[in-house]
Structure formats: structure tokens, C-alpha cells
Design a protein around this ligand. Structure first.
Ligand SMILES: [Mg+2]
Length: 391
């Protein structure tokens, strides 16, 4: 079998009422779809990472840099092709856009491998389970959403059977760093730390004592601010505090982790085995959160999972983009013994709800069944692709 073509499709969805974290204003949600054709009639599909910039940038890396390395190659030599892409691009790659591009290629290659084997990927990887816990990822800042609105949102997750929920925190005018000044629309939905603590208290009350609550600061705090806020939030029994400080402040995150009785989770904004080696071995995190479409696809993230396991550490893959990423995360989770939960974005997002022909198999009690078809086990809805296609 040989790779004959690689195509990308750029998609963009515009949210009616954008959600905001401490570090983002999500007016548009983009996704870059990758399709790899073979001479055997098998086509692999995947999403490649495009967050933080236009999908055209990742598409250009795939088209001009990776595709020439891959045309004519055996698509089942995935480890070799991964090392070829990573090694050849090392001077201007290693992280960022090139790693996002490699991630999409890798997942699409594995989709081909699963289809060639006639097995769903989680079984090809040696299944640990066939259903995984999903948590409701929401609790964003949003215009018009007050404390009552946030409470009603948390109650809606309880009604839908979720056993865990994540919310956003940290959208202050000053967070101990100047990071928030650099962002798009930093002036919207700003709260005080006291108002934020009230938000967490309201959600904890809505969830009751037996459901897990996680809070995500999206890298905006200094270590001192993180420790102060973390201590103030300890009465609300957070299951984890996510990305409290800057991605590159590994020592600062380790300082926060030592100072708090709350587990530190992160860093979705770090990528690759070498990046996670630093986070894990230097004590910067208690729970690892690689994103499949940013952090090297299945090939690299399975190595990150193994490294985490060697440190008795659990993972919860970051997953905040299209339905294709979500399905990839389910296969990864179901085949990794130390994955505890997968993130399920609950914000309004057509590329999550309309992209696939197959509906998600949620049991109404916090668990999601993994698709059983070959490869990723899903197909793209062509009408949706045309509806949201920008290129
Ligand atoms: Mg996060």
C-alpha cells in the first residue's frame, strides 16, 4: 500500500455568543481536516491542530513540507513516518504548527491502519476498556451569563448524568503577570478574584459534594497568584486546578504543585514527549493533559501516557475542537490504562455536533462508548464540510 494524496479542508464555525476563558475569546472555532488517500482505496481522516492561528498555516505545513515526504510511502510504517516528519523539520519545527500538522497526519495514518486491519483503533492498540468517562467542559465566561446562569448550566450537567465538570477561572484585570494584556478582547467579562470564588462556590453547590469539579486558569497567573487563589479555592474540593501558570514556567508550576493540596493538571499548551518529560520529571503536574491534535497524534501521546504511567501519573486528554478530535481522544483513552476522563466540550460548536454522520454513544450517566467501526470508526458529513468550509 502507498500514500497517493494528502488533502486538507479548512473549516470555520462562528459562535452566536462567544465563550471566554481567562486567556481566550472564542468568537470563531476553526478546524483543519486531513484526508490521506492510498492506492488500496483506503482513506484516512483526522483533524490537525490549528488553535492559536489560522488553519491555513497548518495546511501550508502539510502541503509544502510534510506531503512531499509522504507521497509514495507505505502508510503502515507509522513510527518511521513520524520520525521522518519530526526529524526533517527539526530546525523550524519540534513544537507549534509543525507538531500540529504531524499530529493530524499521524491520526489519519492510524485511521488507515485500523481500516486495513478491520479493527477499531482502541482494539488495535490493545483495548483497556470499551467505554470512557467524559466530563462536561463548560463554565465559561459569557456576556449575559451571571451567577444564576452559571448555576443553571451546572445543574443541566447534573441532569444529563455527568459525574464531573470543568469551569473557567482567572479572568481578572490583573493576575500577577501581564499576559492578559496581550489577548484579544481582554476587557470583556472581567471579574474580581472574590467574584470568581463565588462562581466556584455556586457551581460546587449545584454539583453537590459527590461530583468532581475542575477549574482552569489557562496559564494567566503568576505562581504567587496561583498559590493564593488555590488556597482560597481549597474549601470547594477541586479535583484539579488546570494550567495555573505560564506553559514555560515549569519551575513555577512545580512550586504551585508543592504548595497546594489540589492536583495540578496541564499543560495542553505543551506538546510532545520531550515537553511532557520536563513537566512530569520536574514535578510541574499531577495529571497530564496532552491534546491528540497538538501533541503528536496517537504515536507520541501513547508514549506520553507510558511515561506518565512510569511516574504513577494519570492523564486526561485535552479535547476542545471538532468531533474528529473527540473520537480520537476516546480511542486513545480506551487503550491507555492511566487515562481517567476525556474532556467533552459543551459550548455551542457546529463542528462538534454536525461534523460526523454517526452520533456519539453517550449512556446518560457520564460514560461514552468508543466507536466500533474500523479505524476511528466515523465518517465525515459532506454537507457539513461544505456548510463550514472556508477553503
Ligand atoms: Mg485547559
Amino acid at each position: 500500500m502507498k500514500i497517493t494524496d494528502i488533502r486538507t479542508i479548512q473549516l470555520s464555525y462562528r459562535a452566536a455568543n462567544p465563550s471566554m476563558s481567562a486567556a481566550s475569546f472564542n468568537a470563531t472555532r476553526n478546524a483543519l481536516i486531513v484526508e490521506i488517500e492510498t492506492d488500496a482505496g483506503l482513506t484516512g481522516i483526522a483533524e490537525a491542530g490549528s488553535a492559536g492561528g489560522p488553519p491555513a498555516s497548518t495546511a501550508a505545513v502539510i502541503e509544502h513540507e510534510l506531503k512531499p515526504l509522504l507521497i509514495g510511502q507505505d502508510p503502515l510504517k507509522i513510527e518511521y513516518l513520524w520520525q521522518l516528519m519530526f526529524g526533517r523539520s527539526r530546525q523550524h519545527g519540534r513544537r507549534g504548527i509543525v507538531m500540529h500538522a504531524i499530529s493530524g497526519i499521524d491520526i489519519a495514518l492510524w485511521d488507515i491502519a485500523g481500516k486495513a486491519a478491520g479493527m477499531p483503533l482502541y482494539r488495535l492498540f490493545g483495548a483497556f476498556t470499551d467505554q470512557v468517562e467524559v466530563y462536561a467542559s463548560g463554565g465559561f465566561y459569557q456576556r449575559g451569563k451571571d451567577l444564576d446562569g452559571l448555576t443553571r448550566e451546572a445543574e443541566s450537567y447534573v441532569e444529563r448524568g455527568f459525574r464531573a465538570m470543568k469551569m473557567k477561572i482567572g479572568r481578572y484585570d490583573f493576575t500577577g503577570t501581564n499576559f492578559r494584556r496581550l489577548l484579544n478582547q481582554p476587557e470583556l467579562c472581567v471579574v474580581t478574584p472574590e467574584e470568581d470564588i463565588a462562581r466556584v462556590a455556586a457551581v460546587r453547590k449545584a454539583l453537590g459534594p459527590n461530583r468532581r469539579l475542575m477549574a482552569d486558569a489557562n496559564c494567566v497567573w503568576s505562581p504567587a497568584t496561583a498559590i493564593k487563589m488555590g488556597k482560597a479555592l481549597e474549601p470547594y474540593d477541586l479535583f484539579w486546578l488546570e494550567e495555573p501558570v505560564a506553559t514555560d514556567d515549569v519551575d513555577g508550576s512545580a512550586e504551585v504543585a508543592r504548595a497546594l493540596a489540589i492536583s495540578i493538571a496541564g499543560y495542553e499548551t505543551e506538546v510532545g514527549l520531550f515537553g511532557y518529560r520536563e513537566l512530569i520529571t520536574r514535578g510541574a503536574i499531577d495529571i497530564a493533559q496532552p491534546d491528540l491534535v497538538w501533541s503528536g497524534g496517537f504515536t507520541e501521546c501513547r508514549k506520553i501516557a507510558a511515561l506518565a504511567q512510569a511516574h504513577n501519573m494519570t492523564l486526561s486528554p485535552h479535547c476542545f475542537s471538532s468531533a474528529l478530535l473527540f473520537v480520537a481522544a476516546l480511542h486513545f483513552a480506551a487503550s491507555s490504562p492511566n487515562v481517567v476522563m476525556v474532556e467533552w466540550d459543551q459550548t455551542e460548536h457546529g463542528l462538534r455536533t454536525e461534523l460526523l454522520n454517526e452520533p456519539f454513544d453517550y449512556d446518560g450517566a457520564g460514560m461514552m462508548r468508543v466507536p466500533e467501526g474500523p479505524g476511528l470508526g466515523v465518517t465525515l458529513n459532506r454537507d457539513t464540510l461544505e456548510k463550514y468550509r472556508v477553503r
